[in-house]
Design a protein around this ligand. Structure first.
Ligand code: ZN
Ligand code: ZN
Length: 254
């Protein structure tokens, strides 16, 4: 059975303000960290004892008034949408604290090996890159503790980019898209060492994301939340009004 009433916290971390999402099953305490790419100490302090600065409540969907109802949390897996350094650079620090498996699509293995050098090129520090323990398997529903995610392979921003659809029993599903889709934009396809391709990205979105339910809540890797229905109707790059090829060009974020 799909999860009932999940708890999702979003943290905009690092200089690129990347969205890290922490998903908890309120019934079991099982917790998955999606794209734990930066500020590991902030994430750990909050997950374990509501310490420090905590999530960005303004961006929803959770609210601080409900946090006291959470059980003791147990981090059961680290999962990544893709391997750009802002999303994966500090995974080794989280793995040092949480002895769990880290999941990534294998087509981002090369990109992941560059996480430290890419970070340095942007002027940031990062540890020796993590190597994924397990592969995301597109077309399947993967279980991390009591949390179940439908795995969608959506290349175009990177070769191994995936969207993770948390299946919810009593409400809208939650779709973690990384940099594939943004509110009113799409991921960049011009970044080095990445395999970016706008046509591939548009095809991924058209075939993998638009068929999802309209009320599916979309959690982009940068910027505000949106929904599948809203983007399908209005996105100027890949939405229904975009025309063939859309506004051919580049999205806003890395
Ligand atoms: Zn990003
Ligand atoms: Zn990216």
């Amino acid at each position: 059975m799909a999860i009932v009433n999940p708890w999702v916290e979003c943290f905009f971390v690092g200089a690129l303000q990347m969205r890290c999402s922490v998903v908890t099953d309120r019934a079991t305490g099982d917790t998955v960290i999606i794209d734990g790419g930066s500020e590991p100490d902030r994430l750990i302090a909050w997950i374990e004892r509501f310490g420090g600065r905590g999530p960005d409540w303004s961006n929803g969907p959770s609210s601080p008034s409900e946090q006291s109802h959470l059980p003791q949390r147990r981090v059961v897996a680290l999962v990544n949408t893709h391997a750009h350094f802002d999303h994966s650079g500090h995974i080794p620090d989280l793995l040092e604290h949480y002895p769990v498996k880290w999941y990534l699509h294998p087509d981002d293995t090369y990109l992941q090996s560059l996480a430290q050098s890419s970070a340095r090129r942007w002027g940031f520090d990062a540890p020796t890159p993590a190597v994924a323990d397990e592969v995301l398997e597109p077309g399947t529903i993967m279980e991390f503790g009591s949390l179940k995610f439908q795995i969608l392979h959506t290349p175009g921003h990177t070769l191994g980019g995936c969207c993770l659809n948390l299946l919810v029993e009593d409400g809208a599903n939650h779709l973690f898209v990384g940099d594939t889709l943004f509110a009113g934009s799409v991921g960049r396809t011009d970044l080095p060492d990445t395999g970016g391709d706008f046509d591939v990205l548009a095809t991924s979105i058209h075939t993998q994301l638009w068929p999802l339910e309209a009320d599916t809540v979309v959690y982009p890797g940068h910027g505000p939340l949106t929904t599948i229905g809203h983007e399908r109707a209005t996105n100027p790059f890949v939405g229904e009004g975009a025309g063939p090829g859309g506004m051919y060009g580049r999205g806003k974020y890395a």
